[in-house]
Ligand binder design. Structure first.
Ligand code: CP
Length: 307
């Protein structure tokens, strides 16, 4: 089915063919990011980020710039009329009344926000929604995996705050479309889903054991802002679950890869020395995010190749 005029809230209703088509278009943009598109003039995309972001927002802005599509940006909420008491709902409806061709939205995802989003007639891309989903990050991650390994049959390990991770939820939603995928989750018990929540999954309490098991090790940030209280010991977490160059060297297969959707917090989840490891794909994820988002925006706006 064509993506023209469609929203992307979750990947639930995407077929594997649609995913593969998007990957193929992303590959074309990667080979030629300056590819001209003849009907981008006059299109307008709005950015509305109600939660902080570095890479997702910049990645969408970079993609829009490369495509030659105009954008408007709500900007930091401290510069918006929300500081004068205007609601999320009224803010989104105000954006909609300006008739953008597409809105890129990051929200915290309360029930009221969902109702407003469902009530919008403009296409919306979910650019990260509370702890529930981040589909463009998942597309970026799986595309990055596919550049190195066949996705079918992969053993994908998530280390850290799995329960609060929207990236994990969207990655699982997407990876389940490929055959033979197994999932591993590693972290303190309070961070992990119940053993039977996901098919073909294994819970690991030992990071060393988990690292020896996987083809892909995806580190995650401990989302302190989403914990109601201190549910874990920082010192214990750092000792047992922080990914270090030493643990990777000792336990991760030479043919496996290390990923992290970001943001990464060096003291808690990710030793910066890992960036020097040739198996580390974190920078590739960031670069590929631009091509995935170019392909997605071009598809939703119905942009076509120029001459
Ligand atoms: N991966 C991700 O969503 O990062 P940002 O919060 O920086 O956008």
């Amino acid at each position: 089915m064509s993506l023209v005029g469609r929203s992307l809230i979750s990947l639930n209703n995407w077929s594997l063919n649609e995913v593969q088509d998007l990957f193929s278009q992303s590959r074309q943009f990667k080979q030629n990011p300056e590819q001209s598109l003849f009907n981008s003039a006059g299109k307008l995309v709005s950015l509305a980020f109600f939660e902080p972001s570095t890479r997702t927002k910049l990645s969408f802005q970079t993609a829009l710039g490369r495509l030659g599509v105009l954008s408007s940006d709500l900007g930091p909420l401290s510069d918006s009329s929300m500081v004068k008491g205007e609601s999320f709902s009224e803010t989104l409806k105000t954006i909609e009344a300006m008739q953008p061709d597409l809105t890129i939205l990051r929200v915290n995802a309360t029930a009221g926000e969902y109702d407003t989003i469902k009530d919008c007639s403009m296409p919306i891309i979910n650019a990260g929604c509370g702890a529930t989903g981040h589909p463009t990050q998942a597309l970026t991650d799986v595309y990055t995996m596919s550049e190195r390994l066949s996705v079918e049959g992969l053993k994908v390990l998530f280390v850290g705050d799995v329960n609060h991770s929207r990236v994990v939820k969207s990655n699982i939603e997407l990876l389940k479309k490929f055959s033979g995928i197994s999932f591993g989750f590693c972290g303190p018990e309070a961070f992990l889903p119940p053993a039977n929540e996901y098919k073909n999954s294994t819970l690991f309490s030992s990071l060393e054991e988990a690292l020896s098991w996987c083809n892909i090790c995806m580190g995650l940030r401990v989302q302190k802002e989403r914990h109601s209280k201190e549910e874990f010991s920082t010192a214990q977490y750092q000792k047992n679950y922080r990914l270090t160059a030493e643990k990777i060297e000792k336990h991760l297969s030479k043919d496996a890869f290390i990923m992290h959707p970001g943001p990464h917090v060096p003291e808690m989840d990710f030793d910066p020395l890992i960036f020097n490891d040739p198996r580390c794909l974190v920078r590739n994820q960031v670069s590929n995010g631009v091509y995935i988002r170019m392909a997605l925006i071009a598809s939703i706006l119905g942009l076509q190749e120029g001459v």
